[in-house]
Write a protein that binds this ligand. Sequence first.
Ligand code: SF4
Ligand code: F3S
Length: 112
Amino acid sequence: MTYVVTEACIKCKYMDCVEVCPVDCFYEGENMLVIHPDECIDCGVCEPECPPEAIVPDNDAEGEKWLELNREYSETWPNIARKGEAPADADQYRDESGKYEKYFSAEPGEGS
Ligand code: SF4
Ligand code: F3S
């Protein structure tokens, strides 16, 4: 089992999750983060920290859908270990659905 980041993170990217992860297994894309499934130790501490509730276990029906995306992009995007600044308009996208189709970007973020 692992925790995964779902599309709810897209364009929100608050990064509170990064602050608490004991093994630094988050990776940064241009407008979302993903978790490396083989590095996550399933501690669960990041889950309640995410404002739009984008982090779920992969054995949950929603989580299962995002596992492959987390695996794929955690192999190519840079590691992020320090919280940066969330986008200025992050709150605007918090409750929006269907964000993957509308906004997903495969471009890497800057990492830290
Ligand atoms: Fe990191 Fe724990 Fe969250 Fe996995 S569950 S990403 S180890 S904080
Ligand atoms: Fe994304 Fe939530 Fe972390 S919005 S960056 S998964 S705190």
